[in-house]
Design a protein around this ligand. Structure first.
Ligand code: TYD
Length: 208
């Protein structure tokens, strides 16, 4: 595959979605062929699976079931959308990928990073991102941002989790960044979108 696969990660309210938009713009201005997607990224089957996971009615969902559903949704999005784009030589910016499952289900929910990694390795079949940008914002700052933007933010089942869950997710990402220092880069997220995007742009340029 000739393209480059770049994932963006962060706790809720880290601003990663706004950062990605800005990074996409910078790359386009610089003349790169870039496509932004997010899990499930408009792929119908993945979208349907996601609706089951995020339904606020599904309070009894078992953590392992949740992890398997995310992996299933990821698989379909990868095969149907990401791989074809990479084969066309595109730079693919993906809002969340395997590390979300490792941090949220593996670490924060307590299934274990290694166990969730096993499920996901079956799903992704060796397709790891070339680069992962972790937008690092302290969990209390992220939550504050969510509350401030509540009107425009669709509240899902995971947003209803406690502050402790958000803290554990953040801790999970820090552990992952230490486990995979070559792939995962920790980007200071408590700055303006432009400043954060600029750092991401430089890191991406470094692998092109
Ligand atoms: P979403 O509405 O896409 O928000 P965000 O802009 O934060 O990405 O919700 C995604 C939620 O799903 C978020 O709380 C993280 C969670 N999630 C997992 O727990 N595991 C996963 O593998 C993925 C992809 C997401």
């Amino acid at each position: 595959m000739t393209g480059k696969f770049i994932s963006f990660e962060g706790t809720d309210g880290s601003g990663k979605t706004s950062v990605i938009k800005e990074v996409e713009r910078y790359l386009k201005v610089a003349g790169y062929d870039v496509v932004t997607t997010r899990e499930p990224g408009g792929v119908s089957i993945s979208e349907q699976v996601r609706n089951v996971i995020h339904d606020t009615e599904n309070k009894e969902m078992d953590p392992v079931c949740e992890a398997l559903l995310y992996a299933a949704s990821r698989r379909q999005h990868l095969v149907q959308k990401v791989i074809p784009l990479l084969k066309e030589g595109k730079i693919v910016l993906c809002d969340r990928y395997i590390d979300s499952s490792l941090a949220y289900q593996g670490y924060a929910r307590g299934i274990g990073i290694e166990k969730v990694k096993e499920i996901n390795e079956f799903a992704i079949d060796g397709i790891y991102p070339d680069l992962t940008l972790f937008i690092n914002v302290r969990p209390e700052v992220g939550l504050q941002r969510i509350f401030e933007h509540q009107a425009s933010h669709e509240i899902n089942r995971l947003d209803e989790e406690s502050i402790e869950f958000h803290k554990r997710t953040h801790e999970g990402y820090l552990i992952l960044a230490k486990m995979y220092p070559d792939r995962i880069k920790d980007v200071e997220g408590e700055r303006s979108i432009k400043e954060v995007a600029n750092d991401c742009f430089k890191l991406i340029k470094g692998i092109l």
